[in-house]
Structures are given as structure tokens and as C-alpha cells.
Design a protein around this ligand. Structure first.
Ligand code: HEC
Ligand code: HEC
Length: 355
């Protein structure tokens, strides 16, 4: 660590000096923290209640700001090259579009396509196989994964404690007794992640009957095809029903990813993966758990002509989804109405060092 951060020792000394000076001086005020500073999580009209327990981790401005800073900090990876945002880029719906499979430190290639991060308050299972059931511990997986950030959690806490900024930010977010710890770090990250909500696409505006928002004829026809063929799994308004299913992808024999069976050890779950949300799907290619498809055209070809049968194939897909060329075209036009520019261009979600 000393080799990697020659300046860190100096920063540490400066940081400590400032803190103790302020402490002794009595000017070290934590005025920014007040327990009443809690923000209310907005549930869009007509949406289900979120599953995240906000009572256990109330959102505050300082908590969110700390989480955002951590999310964009390269220091969270062993060689300080990869932040969470390295793979989860705000302008591509918090996923990585340059790589089929996740791409971590030292160009290590993982085994799955990066998932988008959005509307996660409405989930209680995370990852393609649902292997994680609590958002507040989710970051431990990428942090410690050999292929992603390859970081030792104790070393991370040491780094944060030694930084000139973090100790103060933790106190500002969680109170004067809050030391730098995994407990608070994960809570702050959840708080930031819980602000990444997308519900202002054209689709949403039309559904809310906002003035001037109407579908074109093709978009409307596409919605009808969607409701007939896709919505049983990609359920509105989240565009997922939160289940795990086998949608008929041929097994990639290099990766041999069994999906949900890895977690449940139940043979009936073989080749089942999370039904992903389709919000902002236009910008979050490549698609599927292994990033095998680059375009929405390829996706529709898969559902109409490319389904591979197997014991766990979803019954809804046994015969493939018959769609004519016009249906397909309209469906793609509809899917693009799920793009929420205000979400992907939101500066409050972007790198705090730039905005
Ligand atoms: C090297 C790329 C990479 C980095 C760095 C990375 N992730 Fe991920 N992230 C992924 C991949 C790949 C998945 C899907 C993993 C799986 O299903 O096995 C994922 C999944 C997730 C999910 C679950 C989303 C869902 O819908 O279930 C969350 C939340 C998440 N990451 C947050 C983070 C946070 C927070 C960090 C930083 C501590 C981070 N990620 C760092 C690649 C990355
Ligand atoms: C039986 C349930 C089911 C039906 C019906 C279904 N899907 Fe899916 N969809 C899934 C599952 C499961 C996945 C993830 C599979 C994987 O990666 O292994 C998926 C993945 C996708 C993806 C990739 C998303 C991403 O972020 O990688 C797109 C796009 C998609 N579906 C669109 C559609 C469209 C359009 C239809 C209708 C023509 C449809 N789906 C019908 C279950 C379904």
C-alpha cells in the first residue's frame, strides 16, 4: 500500500492533524448531521411498495453523498484502478457496454455480463442468480471478487480511515460516533444506489397521461405485442416480475453457467436466471447474463426462432414467440419508449469529481 500511495501517509498526517486540531479547538462541528434530516423515498404513482426497509437505513443527503463518493472511488479496488462505476456507468443505465463479460482489475474477465443498477428498492434478490438477498451486503461481492476489485475488506477500511476526507464524511452521514466501518460503508452505498430510480421515460409519461404525451401508432402496436408476448415475465411497471426463469438460451459450454441452481442446488432451477428489467434497454447492451446478444433485433430473433428446449425451459416459450416482421419492428420501437434520458443524464448520479 505504501508503494502505491506515496502521498497517503502525508495525507493521513494532515487529516489527523486537522481533525485533532479542530477537535481541540471546538470548531469541529458535525452540524451537517441531524437525525431528522431524513429524505422521503418517493414511490411513483401506481407502483408497488418498495421491498427495501428504509427504517433500518433512512436516506439522508450526507449518506447519499458518501455512498456516491465511494461508488466512484478507484481506491476501493486492490490496485486502485477500478471503482464500482468502472463497470456501472451512469450514462449506460449503470452497466458496462464495452464488454460482454465483466471486466475488472488487471483486465481480468469475469463470467457474467454486468447488471444494470436501477429501481433496486423494489428487489429482494440481487445478481443474475439471486445469490444475494440483502442490498446492504451486495457490494462485498464485487469488492472481494478476484475478477472485479480483488480487495481485502480490512485493507479497504484501513485505506478509508487513513484518508483525509472519509472519517469526517462518515460522521457527517451517520453521527459523531460513527467510525469508518463496513457497516456504515455498505449503508451509504445502499443509500446512493436507492436514489438510482428510473420512471420518467416516454412510456411512464403516457401511462401517467401527462399533457402532450402520446404513443405513435407504431409504439402503441408495439406495446400490444409486448403485453401479449413479453409482459408475463417482464411485468409492468418494473418490467420484471422478479422471478428466475429459463428463457431458452443455448448453454455456452465454455462458461457452463447453471444460474439459479448454483444457489438453490435444486435441479428444477438449472439454467434459470433473473428476469431483468427492460427499462433503458436501448442503452444497456450487450444483453443476457453472458452478454451474447448485441442488439434488440437479435433478442427478438431469439424469442421467435432461437429458443433451445430443455427440461426447465419456461412453458410460455415452448413454441417460441411467433412474431411477424411488423410486430418485431413495432416492438423495438415500443422498447425504446422505455429510455429515460432524465435518468441516464442525471448529474446527481454521475461522478462527483466532475459534477
Ligand atoms: C468488474 C466489474 C464490476 C465492478 C467493479 C462492480 N460490479 Fe456490480 N456487477 C457486476 C456484474 C458482472 C454483476 C452481475 C453479477 C452476477 O450476477 O453474478 C453486478 C451486479 C451488481 C448489482 C446487482 C444488480 C441486480 O439487479 O441484481 C449491484 C447492486 C452492483 N453490482 C453494485 C456494485 C457496487 C456497489 C460495486 C462497487 C463496490 C460494484 N457493483 C462493482 C460487475 C461489476
Ligand atoms: C418466460 C419468461 C420470459 C418471456 C416471456 C420473455 N422474457 Fe425476456 N428475459 C427472460 C429472462 C429469464 C431473461 C434473462 C435470461 C438470461 O440472461 O439468461 C430475459 C432477458 C431479456 C432481455 C435481455 C435484458 C438484459 O438486460 O440483458 C431482453 C432485451 C428481453 N428479455 C426482452 C424480451 C422481449 C422483448 C420479450 C417478448 C418478445 C421477452 N423478453 C419475453 C424471461 C422472459
Amino acid at each position: 500500500m505504501k508503494k502505491i500511495f506515496p502521498g497517503l501517509i502525508l495525507l493521513t498526517i494532515l487529516g489527523l492533524v486537522t481533525l485533532s486540531f479542530e477537535g481541540v479547538d471546538g470548531t469541529y462541528e458535525l452540524s451537517d448531521y441531524t437525525p431528522d434530516d431524513t429524505l422521503t423515498f418517493v414511490v411513483p404513482e401506481g407502483w408497488p411498495q418498495p421491498l427495501y426497509d428504509f427504517d433500518k437505513n433512512p436516506l439522508t443527503k450526507n449518506g447519499i453523498a458518501l455512498g456516491r463518493k465511494l461508488f466512484y472511488d478507484d481506491m476501493l479496488s486492490r490496485d486502485s484502478t477500478v471503482s464500482c462505476a468502472f463497470c456501472h456507468l451512469s450514462y449506460t443505465n449503470f452497466t458496462h457496454i464495452d464488454h460482454k463479460l465483466s471486466h475488472g482489475i488487471e483486465d481480468r474477465i469475469g463470467t457474467r455480463n454486468t447488471l444494470s443498477i436501477m429501481n433496486l428498492a423494489w428487489y429482494n434478490t440481487f445478481m443474475w442468480d439471486g445469490g444475494i438477498t440483502n442490498l446492504d451486503v451486495q457490494p462485498l461481492a464485487p469488492l472481494t471478487s478476484f475478477f472485479e476489485m480483488d480487495m481485502d475488506p480490512d485493507e479497504l477500511i484501513t485505506r478509508l480511515e487513513s484518508s483525509s476526507e472519509y472519517p469526517k464524511l462518515f460522521k457527517q452521514a451517520f453521527g459523531k460516533d460513527a467510525d469508518v466501518s463496513g457497516y456504515y460503508m455498505f449503508r451509504a452505498m445502499s443509500q446512493f444506489i436507492l436514489t438510482l430510480n428510473t420512471y420518467n421515460s416516454k412510456y411512464d409519461k403516457v401511462m401517467r397521461k401527462e399533457a402532450g404525451a402520446t404513443f405513435t401508432e407504431r409504439e402503441q402496436k408495439g406495446l400490444e405485442v409486448f403485453r401479449a408476448k413479453c409482459a408475463s415475465c417482464h411485468k409492468e411497471p418494473l418490467f420484471t416480475d422478479g422471478t428466475f426463469r429459463n428463457n431458452g438460451l443455448a448453454v455456452d459450454t465454455n462458461l457452463n453457467d447453471g444460474g439459479r441452481i448454483k444457489i438453490t442446488r435444486n435441479i428444477d432451477d438449472s439454467l434459470k436466471f433473473k428476469v431483468p428489467s427492460l427499462r433503458n434497454i436501448e442503452v444497456s447492451y450487450p444483453y443476457m447474463h453472458d452478454g451474447r446478444y448485441k442488439s434488440l433485433q437479435m433478442i427478438l430473433f431469439h424469442y421467435s426462432n432461437g429458443i433451445t428446449d430443455s427440461k426447465t425451459l419456461d412453458p410460455a416459450l415452448k413454441k417460441g414467440l411467433n412474431m411477424g416482421e411488423d410486430d418485431k419492428r413495432n416492438l423495438i420501437i415500443f422498447l425504446k419508449t422505455l429510455t429515460d434520458i432524465s435518468f441516464i443524464r442525471n448529474k446527481a448520479h454521475a461522478d462527483p469529481n466532475r459534477y
